[in-house]
Design a protein around this ligand. Structure first.
Ligand SMILES: *[C@@H]1O[C@H](CO)[C@@H](O)[C@H](O)[C@H]1NC(C)=O
Ligand SMILES: *[C@@H]1O[C@H](CO)[C@@H](O)[C@H](O)[C@H]1NC(C)=O
Ligand SMILES: *[C@@H]1O[C@H](CO)[C@@H](O)[C@H](O)[C@H]1NC(C)=O
Ligand SMILES: *[C@@H]1O[C@H](CO)[C@@H](O)[C@H](O)[C@H]1NC(C)=O
Ligand SMILES: *[C@@H]1O[C@H](CO)[C@@H](O)[C@H](O)[C@H]1NC(C)=O
Ligand SMILES: *[C@@H]1O[C@H](CO)[C@@H](O)[C@H](O)[C@H]1NC(C)=O
Ligand SMILES: *[C@@H]1O[C@H](CO)[C@@H](O)[C@H](O)[C@H]1NC(C)=O
Ligand SMILES: *[C@@H]1O[C@H](CO)[C@@H](O)[C@H](O)[C@H]1NC(C)=O
Ligand SMILES: *[C@@H]1O[C@H](CO)[C@@H](O)[C@H](O)[C@H]1NC(C)=O
Ligand SMILES: *[C@@H]1O[C@H](CO)[C@@H](O)[C@H](O)[C@H]1NC(C)=O
Ligand SMILES: *[C@@H]1O[C@H](CO)[C@@H](O)[C@H](O)[C@H]1NC(C)=O
Ligand SMILES: *[C@@H]1O[C@H](CO)[C@@H](O)[C@H](O)[C@H]1NC(C)=O
Length: 488
C-alpha cells in the first residue's frame, strides 16, 4: 500500500499542492436518552472530489453507516432510544475514504465524544423587555420572563414522544406555579436581593393514546401528582391567587397564607450551587425530567441622571460639573468629549472607571473657544445610560464676543482720560499757587499790611481761584496777572 499511497500523494500534490486532506467531526450533544444526535463531518482542504464517509460509534449495540458524497460536509443522524441505551459518554468516528482503483483508500479520520444523559439538557433563561439578559441580573419592578431553553433535538424528541409536558416552578425553594409553556412571568419587587429559581420540566413519555381509545392517559398528567418541596420551616408563603392554577398540592402546612411578600423577602447570599432545595416531583420510569436552576439578582436600573454645574465657561475656566444618578451599585462610568453638537445614540462605549458612589465630579479643561458636547456613559449590572450636556467656551469679560472687544478698548481709554484730567488739573492748581505768591510780593509795596488776609481767607481764595480755572471768567481780578506770570 505504501507505493499506492506515494502514487496518490504525488497526484494530490500536483492537483492541490498539499499531500492529504483533513476531516473533522462534531456533534450537537449532550442529549437526553431517546433523542437524536447529529454528527457533522467537515472536510478541510476539499477540492470538489467524491468521498466516502464511514461513520460508526462505540456504543452497544453500535451504529454504522456510510455515505458517498461529492461534498465537503456530511451529516449523520443517530437515534438513541431510551430502552436500548444507558446514559454516559461515548465516541463516534468518521473515516474519510477516496476511491482509488480498486479500493476506497483511507484519506483521513476523526472522532468526537458525545454525552447521553438521563435528564434534559437546557438552560433557564431570563428575559426582560423581550430581550434575553446577558447575565443573571434583572431590573426591579419589571416583569421577568423565565423560560427553559432546550436544545432542538430534545424539543423534537419531546414533541414526538410526550403526551404532556409541564414545568413546575419553585421560587426560593417554595413551589410557585406549574406552566405548560416552559415559561413563568414574575416581577421581583425587592431590589438588592438574590433569589433562587428552579424549574422542573416533566414530560410524560407514555405512548400517545390511540385515537379510538379513551383519553385516560391524558388525565394522569403530572400536575395532579405534584408534591411541594419540604421548604425550610422559616419560609412561609402565599401563592398569589391570580396565578394559582388548579394544581393539587399535597397537604403541606407551610403552604398557607402568611406573609404577603415572603417570597421576595428571602435572600440568598450564597451562590446557586450551595442552595439545595430538594424540590422533588415524583415521576415514574416513563417520564423525562429536566431540572434547571438559576440565581436571580434583583437590581435597580440607572435612572434620574442629573448633571449640575456651569456649562457657559469663560476661556481658561475649568469645566466643573457634578453628575448624580440613581440605581444599584457598582457603577462603571466614562466620559466622551465631542466637538460641537452631538446627538447621543445610546450605545456609546468607552473605557470605564468603577465606583460605588451614586455621584462623581466631572472636571475638564477645554483649551479652545468652541462648543463641546460632553457625553456621560454610566453602566451597572442591568444596563447603561447615556446622557449629554452641551458646554460653550467664550472669550473675554462679558458673555458676548462683541462686548468683550468693546471693553478691551473702553476700559483703558476711560482710565487714560481720568489720568489726563488729573494731570491737567494738578498743573493748573500749582500754577495758581505760584502766581498768587508772586502777586502778593508785587502788591507788597502798596499794601500797608501784607497780612491783611487771614490764612483761612487765603485758602478759600485759592480754592475759589482753582475752581474758577475752567470758567475763564474775565472778571476775575487775577486773570490780567497772567501777563506777569508769562514775564517772570
Ligand atoms: C464547503 O464548500 C463550499 C463550496 O463548495 C464552501 O462554500 C464552504 O465554505 C465549504 N465549507 C467548509 C466548512 O469548508
Ligand atoms: C480521537 O482522535 C484523537 C486525535 O484527534 C486521537 O488522539 C484519539 O486517540 C482518538 N480517540 C480514539 C478513541 O480513537
Ligand atoms: C425596551 O426595548 C425597546 C426596544 O426593544 C426600547 O426602545 C425600550 O427603551 C426598552 N425599554 C426599557 C424600559 O428598557
Ligand atoms: C431521529 O432520526 C430518525 C432517523 O434517523 C428519524 O426518523 C426520527 O424522526 C428522528 N427523531 C427525532 C426525535 O428527531
Ligand atoms: C410573559 O411575558 C412574555 C414576554 O413579556 C409575554 O409574551 C407572555 O405573554 C407573558 N405570559 C403571561 C402568561 O403573561
Ligand atoms: C417596587 O415596587 C414596590 C411595590 O410597588 C415598591 O414598594 C418599591 O419601592 C419599588 N421599588 C423600586 C426600586 O421602585
Ligand atoms: C379550577 O378550579 C375552579 C374551582 O376551584 C374551577 O371553577 C375551574 O373551572 C378550575 N379550572 C380548571 C382549568 O380546571
Ligand atoms: C391534611 O393533613 C392533616 C393531618 O396531617 C389531615 O387531618 C387533613 O385532613 C389533611 N387535609 C387534606 C385536605 O388532605
Ligand atoms: C423580611 O424583611 C424584613 C426587613 O428586611 C425582616 O424584618 C423580616 O424578618 C423578613 N422576613 C422574612 C420572612 O425573612
Ligand atoms: C436536601 O437533601 C440533602 C441530602 O439529601 C440534605 O442533606 C439536606 O438537608 C436537604 N435540604 C433541605 C433543605 O431539606
Ligand atoms: C441632532 O438631532 C436634531 C433633531 O433631533 C437635528 O436637527 C440635528 O441636526 C442633529 N445633530 C447632529 C449633529 O446630528
Ligand atoms: C450605535 O447605534 C447606531 C444606530 O442607532 C449605529 O449606527 C452604530 O453603528 C452603533 N454603534 C455601535 C458602536 O454599536
Amino acid at each position: 500500500m505504501t507505493s499506492l499511497h506515494f502514487y496518490f500523494c504525488v497526484a494530490l500534490v500536483i492537483k492541490t499542492g498539499v499531500c492529504g486532506v483533513y476531516v473533522s467531526l462534531s456533534n450537537d450533544g449532550p442529549a437526553v436518552l431517546g433523542s437524536n444526535i447529529t454528527f457533522t463531518a467537515t472536510v478541510l482542504g476539499y477540492t470538489d472530489e467524491e468521498f466516502k464517509f464511514e461513520f460508526y460509534d462505540n456504543i452497544q449495540p453500535h451504529h454504522k453507516d456510510s455515505l458517498i458524497k461529492k461534498s465537503n460536509v456530511s451529516i449523520w443522524n443517530v437515534e438513541y432510544p431510551r430502552d436500548l441505551y444507558e446514559a454516559g459518554e461515548y465516541t463516534a468516528f468518521v473515516d474519510l475514504r477516496k476511491f482509488f482503483f480498486p479500493v476506497w483508500y483511507l484519506e483521513a479520520s476523526a472522532n468526537t465524544t458525545f454525552q447521553l444523559t438521563d435528564s434534559l439538557n437546557g438552560k433557564l433563561m431570563l428575559s426582560q423587555n423581550n430581550t434575553d439578559r446577558p447575565n443573571n441580573f434583572v431590573a426591579v419592578n419589571k416583569s421577568v420572563h423565565h423560560y427553559v431553553k432546550l436544545p432542538d433535538n430534545e424539543i423534537q424528541f419531546l414533541e414526538n414522544n410526550s403526551s404532556s409536558i409541564v414545568t413546575h416552578w419553585f421560587l426560593d425553594c417554595v413551589f410557585f406555579d406549574t406552566t405548560t409553556d416552559f415559561a413563568l412571568n414574575y416581577t421581583y419587587e425587592d431590589t438588592m436581593t438574590d433569589h433562587h429559581v428552579e424549574a422542573i420540566v416533566v414530560a410524560n413519555n407514555e405512548p400517545l393514546p390511540p385515537i379510538t381509545t379513551t383519553t385516560t392517559t391524558t388525565t394522569t398528567t403530572t400536575t395532579t401528582t405534584t408534591t411541594t418541596p419540604k421548604p425550610p420551616a422559616s419560609i412561609e408563603t402565599e401563592i398569589p391567587s391570580t396565578t394559582q392554577k388548579n394544581v393539587t398540592i399535597t397537604n403541606d402546612t407551610t403552604v398557607h397564607k402568611v406573609q404577603k411578600r415572603a417570597i421576595s423577602n428571602r435572600t440568598f447570599k450564597n451562590s446557586a450551587k450551595e442552595i439545595v432545595c430538594n424540590n422533588t416531583v415524583p415521576v415514574g420510569k416513563s417520564y423525562t425530567v429536566g431540572r434547571f436552576q438559576q440565581t436571580v439578582s434583583v437590581r435597580d436600573p440607572i435612572s434620574k441622571v442629573d448633571i449640575a454645574g456651569r456649562n457657559w465657561l469663560q476661556h481658561g475656566d475649568l469645566l466643573d460639573l457634578q453628575v448624580k444618578y440613581t440605581g444599584s451599585p457598582p457603577f462603571d462610568y466614562c466620559i466622551i468629549y465631542k466637538l460641537g453638537q452631538y446627538n447621543v445614540t445610546g450605545n456609546e462605549t468607552c473605557k470605564t472607571t468603577r465606583t460605588v458612589s451614586n455621584e462623581f465630579p466631572l472636571v475638564h479643561y477645554f483649551p479652545d473657544i468652541d462648543q463641546h458636547t460632553v457625553v456621560v456613559v454610566i453602566e451597572n449590572d442591568i444596563g447603561n445610560y447615556v446622557s449629554s450636556v452641551t458646554v460653550n467656551i467664550y472669550k473675554g469679560l462679558f458673555s458676548a464676543p462683541g462686548h468683550a472687544q468693546l471693553s478691551v478698548i473702553v476700559v483703558p481709554v476711560f482710565f487714560c482720560l481720568v489720568a489726563v484730567i488729573l494731570v491737567v488739573f494738578g498743573i493748573a492748581y500749582y500754577q495758581h499757587r505760584s502766581r498768587h505768591t508772586v502777586e502778593v510780593a508785587d502788591f507788597d509795596f502798596g499794601q500797608a499790611n501784607p497780612e491783611y488776609k487771614s490764612f483761612t481767607e487765603r485758602l478759600r481764595d485759592s480754592f475759589r481761584n482753582a475752581f474758577n480755572f475752567g470758567h475763564r471768567d474775565d472778571t476775575d481780578p487775577l486773570t490780567p496777572d497772567t501777563r506777569y506770570d508769562s514775564m517772570t
